[in-house]
Design a protein around this ligand. Sequence first.
Ligand code: BGC
Length: 544
Amino acid sequence: MPGGAVVLGTADTGRIEAPVTMKAYFLCVFAAFGGIFFGYDTGWMGGILGMPYFINMYTGKPFPENPDAAHLPADFALPAWEKSLMTSILSAGTFFGALIAGDIADIVGRRPTIIFGCIIFSVGCILEIAPKHALAAFVIGRLVAGVGVGFISAVIILYMSEIAPKKVRGALVSGYQFCITIGILLANCVVYATQNRLDTGSYRIPIGVQFLWALILGIGLLFLPESPRFYANKGKIDLATAALARVRDQPADSDYVQDELAEILANLEYERAHIPQTGYVESWLVCFRGSLFDGSSNLRRTIVGTGLQCAQQFTGINFIFYFGTSFFQTLGTISNPFFISLITTLVNVLSTPASFYMVEKFGRRRILIVGGSCMVLFQFLVAIIGTATPGAQTPGGAPSAVKAEIAFICLNIAAFASSWGPAAWVVVGELFPLPIRSRGVGMSTASNWFWNCIIGVITPYLVSSDEADLGPKVFFIWGSTAIFSTLFAYFLVSETKGLSLEQVDQMLSETTPRTSANWKPTKTWAAREGKVEVEAMEEGEKAV
Ligand code: BGC
């Protein structure tokens, strides 16, 4: 078999993957650790921008009498353009990082690309903290670190989806989202611990802690196997067999390993025949080929992947994570900003594990639709209550209305954390056929960062008191954009639960999103492509 000979598989659709072992779990759980980068790096910036020492260092303004980060006078702050530049430059880096990473992951492999991402990220961190009071170095450092985060955030999803067993793939990729939420929480805690230091430790410690994440992930990955699907795509069948044997924890010559490999190769052969690639530019252009109305065309998958990440941002969740603190403060009940972000980030962390179960039990499509509908409802309720009780914004105005608003905001976070948060990443990892998978996942991740940045840039104008000053009415906007997200899932997202990545390919060509949940595989790829022993083929046909 190895060394280029034809790999024969099975005609039995129930036998194309080995039973799940603990080792398979642990490999993916470790890879999910990459989510910490994503969460932590997005989590510390807001806090650092409000640190007395950091503000004094960049503006030269004398410290106020009480230099406490929670109670700084309004005029002791960084100018808006500096805040905006330091925050949004990360998204620019991650956007390009995610796009480039797809290409690199196809050339050198998924694992080295993530390790490379850890190195780039560390260089960015050094630039951020080594020079003192050097805006250019800080901003370039943030851009470089962003490229590293882009690499890691795109390729971890790709890697995990390709090595995870199909039965638990959704739950394991949701583990990545769980790590994002933990990263945000950790960043908040570290920033809180150092915010009032009047030395460089105030910002150098929270940024420096990130080296630890890079070391753990980079070194840990050295011991993990490469994705067998990467080797298969490269035609390195011996290496693909060895990698598959490791991720499935089975001997290389076991039927399970041979049958799964035969599936991957038969599907690849089919896809290659349909997606001929002749050169670099063409290999990008094929991502946009095919009909918009054909659920399995590359164009349609690219639109679904990038659109789904846009729709995830349009649920409005980052309004709460980026601007929740000032919003809650205007409600007048809780004044300590750290306490507010602790509540929102804790609700986020604690609600995410529910998705491990729900994404496999109810499926990706259903939780996106139900979770999206709940977010529409909760956000409209916040907007309606806030608009109907305007006095609630002033301290002592209408305490029960304020409590109701806070409760619905927390329910809204819980709805996101158990649905759109994880499921959008799960679907993106499962959607694309192998020849364009790394680019598709890269583009979808880039779309997430792009819309994340747009929302970060426009939102201050919606809520600032000297601009649109929408107050709770801003939730009418997020409720409406969440309707778009829910409809997007209803009309365009197919159910991929329990299927191998190759079966997803078959399902997309045989169903519409609305009929996808009832689809059951009837034929293996090996049987379709005539890559099974004749006897096995007949048995498989009888079974069907
Ligand atoms: C989103 C981020 C968001 C985070 C919150 C992720 O899935 O992509 O934009 O901040 O979830 O937990």
